[in-house]
Structures are given as structure tokens and as C-alpha cells.
Design a protein around this ligand. Structure first.
Ligand code: FAD
Length: 402
């Protein structure tokens, strides 16, 4: 193995969608350090791939709008395996006003959104045949993306710009000297090794809060486990079918191969004990998903599962990304807190973080809303069953266990 360099202009901790998107957008030399054997094995490998612009948060929507535009341009330039148009139906079963502000925001930005009721819902999304769902938003331009193809694209762009990815190397801590981040400590084969850096980007997903805490910096970023299930048997999906998300209930489904990929949108705070973040889909999560689908997507019939897994979505308490320079620790930059929207927002998040690192302005995103030292609530709503109306306030174990 090549020895680690003694110094790098920029060190990026984490080779997921966040870290590689920063590296690709930086357009210059950087050292990306990833603890797993290859890039993209964390949350980036565990997601459902839906590119969703109609989110609850305006900053998330700004990032998703920009990422969507990039994905469309990439498809037009021949990258057809990166993302593809499916359309999306965002249903609302109990809270019809939910997402209205987001709809207004997106319409003002030129996104086509139609309000649907009754039989029009199943006409757009046949899996809703027989569903009691009364209304929803139809977005014909929404997409699905392949996170692994995005990783390949971003890694190639980063390498072309002079970045280096080193895998199988765990960053043990930030090196803080004279009140600023001066590099990192790496668990190298011969023992701990210091690598000096002009700037360090924390893009370590569920592990970010722990790394910062070891440097005495407490930023609330909470890993929340969610399950996904792939159906076996049952009616195969039609050739083209939109993804469907009943948002206030917390249930989504989209075609995946011969079956359907579903989630009952379970949430459980879960701090990673080691480098692995993927877990099982528990019996409870399986039952939650099957019960909701039976009631709201009866056309799927009696569901059985081919496989299932769970992964870590990492949120700030306001469920808004944590991006940009950290005023409390000069030299440290964040690209984190991408929660359940990192595929939808990752390319733009990387672009913004890289621009702020270079000292450039970002006219399409207000740093004040995403900066790492913004005030966030100490208690925040966790949605254990995915339903908005049974959210409970969590004091979050908002800091990682000591
Ligand atoms: C079940 C599930 C469903 C989802 N569905 C969607 C969806 O449909 N649409 C959507 O937009 N988003 C979705 N997401 C969210 C999306 O996957 C994430 O927001 C995104 O992948 C986050 O990327 P990341 O790079 O921040 O984190 P990660 O992919 O976790 O990358 C962080 C990397 O840092 C590395 N690392 C950590 N600590 C260290 C260290 N000390 N030293 C070296 N390396 C380190 C890790 O090994 C990891 O590779 C979903 C997520 C999950 C879990």
C-alpha cells in the first residue's frame, strides 16, 4: 500500500455521496479518506433512490431543485443510467394541508405539480386501485437515481480534478492546533499517523457527531435507522409506474425489478458501534410496512418479502442539512445531515460546500439556514411509526454516546 502523504490541501472524511460530491465540485487536489474497503458503502448503499423535490424544508427543496436540474442535464448528455424519469405521487391521507407551502415554492420555481383526487390517483398510479386515499400531489418530472452510478460519476470527476481516494483507513480524530483544524489523525497500518491539511471536510454521515465531539465540538447530528423491504411474488409492477409516497402516513413504494421496494418509514435513533451501518429490517418494521400497505395499497395483495435491510439516515434536529464552514473551529467544513434526502440533494450539497471552501458565494442557497452553528431545538420530533401524527419529542440522545 502506498504510504499516506504527510499533508494535503483538503482532506475529506467519508467517501459517500456527500464526500465525493464535495471532491468532484472542488475541482482540485484533495485526499478522501474512507474507512470501508470502497466508496459508497454507508447510507449511500442503503437508500431507495427516489429523487424528491417536494420535501418539508425550504433548504432541502433548494438543494433538490438544483440536483434535479443537474441530473436532467447529465441524462441529456448521455448519462442515462444515473437517473431516469418516473413521475411521483405524494399522497396525503389525514393532513391535506401538509406540503402546501412546498408546492407553492416549487411551482414558483417552475415545477409542474397537479392536485389529484379520487379515481385520478389510481389512474396515475395503479397500485392505488382500491385505496381509500382521497388526495395527493402529482409530479410528472420526478425521478429515481442510482446511488452507485452517482458514486462512480463523482469519483471519476474528483480523480480527474486531482483528488485521491484512500480506502480502508479510519480517521480517528481531528488534529486541532491553536484553535483551528490543522489535519487529521488516521489509523494507519504502522500506527496513528497525522496528515496535515489546509482544510478538513466532515462528510462522514452517521459518524460525524462522534468525530466532532472528540475534538470538543458538539454538533447535533442524530443517526436514525429506517427499513426497506423488497416484495416477492404478487403482481409485478407495470413497465412504467411512478413512485408513490403517502407522506403523512409514512409509506412509500416503487417498482424494483420484478417486485416493489417499500418502506413503512420506521424511525429509531441508533448510533453506529463500528464502521457498518446496514442492519436488518426487524419483524416490527416488516409488520408496520405490511399493515400500512394492506390498508392503503391493497392492489399489492398479500405481501411477502424477498429481502429487507435497514440503514442510517442522519439528521440535525431541524431535519435540515449541515453545510459549510464551522465558525467554532476554523478550517473545518461540513457536508452532513443529509438525512433521507442525500440522493435528492447530494450533488448540490457538494457544490455549495466546495464553493464556500474556495471562498466563492452561492447565490441559490442561504448559508444562514444550513450553517453548522445555527440554533437547533434540543428536543425534536422522531416518527417511530412514520406517521406525522404519532411523532414524539425525543431529547434525541442528541449527542453520541461517550
Ligand atoms: C433506508 C434509507 C432510505 C433512503 N432513501 C432515500 C431516498 O429515497 N432518496 C434520497 O434522496 N435519499 C435517501 N436516503 C438518504 C441517502 O442515502 C443519504 O442521505 C446519503 O447517502 C448520505 O450520504 P453521506 O455521504 O452523507 O453518508 P454515507 O453514505 O453514510 O457516507 C459516509 C461515509 O463516511 C465514512 N466514514 C465515517 N466515519 C469515518 C472515519 N472516521 N474515517 C473514514 N471514513 C469514515 C463511512 O464509512 C461512509 O462511507 C435514504 C437512506 C436510507 C438509510
Amino acid at each position: 500500500m502506498n504510504p499516506l502523504p504527510a499533508a494535503a490541501p483538503v482532506i475529506i472524511i467519508g467517501g459517500g455521496l456527500a464526500g465525493l460530491s464535495v471532491a468532484a465540485a472542488l475541482g482540485g487536489p484533495a485526499l478522501i479518506l474512507e474507512q470501508r474497503p470502497q466508496a459508497g458503502m454507508g447510507a449511500t448503499a442503503e437508500n431507495a433512490g427516489m429523487v424528491r423535490r417536494l420535501g418539508e424544508d425550504p433548504y432541502e427543496r433548494a438543494l433538490a431543485l438544483r440536483t434535479h436540474t443537474r441530473l436532467c442535464a447529465l441524462e441529456a448528455a448521455g448519462h442515462s443510467a444515473l437517473s431516469w424519469r418516473t413521475g411521483a405521487l405524494l399522497g396525503l391521507c389525514h393532513e391535506p394541508e401538509h406540503l402546501h407551502d412546498g408546492v407553492a415554492h416549487l411551482r414558483a420555481a417552475g415545477v409542474v405539480i397537479t392536485h389529484l383526487r379520487g379515481a385520478d390517483l389510481a389512474a396515475r398510479a395503479p397500485l392505488l386501485r382500491g385505496s381509500p386515499l382521497a388526495e395527493g400531489w402529482w409530479l410528472p418530472e420526478e425521478r429515481v437515481a442510482s446511488a452507485s452510478a452517482l458514486i462512480d460519476l463523482q469519483l471519476a470527476a474528483a480523480r480527474a480534478a486531482g483528488a485521491t481516494l484512500r480506502t480502508g483507513l479510519t480517521v480517528r480524530g481531528l488534529d486541532v492546533a491553536a484553535g483551528r483544524v490543522a489535519g487529521v489523525w488516521v489509523d494507519a497500518p504502522g500506527g496513528p499517523q497525522r496528515v496535515a491539511a489546509g482544510a478538513v471536510v466532515l462528510a462522514a454521515g452517521a459518524w460525524c457527531a462522534g468525530l466532532a465531539a472528540r475534538a470538543g465540538l458538539h454538533r447535533h447530528l442524530i443517526p436514525v435507522r429506517r427499513s426497506l423491504l423488497l416484495s416477492a411474488g404478487g403482481p409485478p409492477p407495470p413497465a412504467a409506474h411512478p413512485w408513490v409516497w403517502i407522506d403523512d402516513l409514512g409509506l412509500y413504494a416503487r417498482p424494483e425489478g420484478e417486485g416493489w421496494l417499500l418502506s413503512g418509514c420506521d424511525e429509531r435513533v441508533d448510533w453506529p458501534a463500528g464502521p457498518e451501518s446496514a442492519g436488518e429490517a426487524t419483524i416490527m418494521a416488516q409488520a408496520l410496512t405490511a399493515d400500512k400497505a394492506r390498508a392503503w395499497m391493497p392492489a399489492l395483495g398479500a405481501l411477502s418479502w424477498r429481502t429487507g435491510w435497514s440503514g442510517l439516515r442522519t439528521f440535525a434536529p431541524d431535519r435540515r442539512p449541515m453545510l459549510g464552514p464551522d465558525p467554532a473551529l476554523p478550517g473545518l467544513h461540513w457536508c452532513a445531515g443529509l438525512g433521507g434526502f442525500g440522493v435528492s440533494c447530494g450533488l448540490a450539497a457538494g457544490e455549495a460546500v466546495a464553493a464556500w471552501l474556495r471562498g466563492d458565494s452561492v447565490p441559490w442557497l442561504d448559508l444562514a439556514g444550513v450553517r453548522p452553528d445555527r440554533r437547533t431545538p434540543r428536543r425534536w420530533p422522531l416518527r417511530p411509526t412514520g406517521e406525522l401524527w404519532t411523532a414524539r419529542l425525543s431529547d434525541g440522545r442528541a449527542l453520541p454516546p461517550a
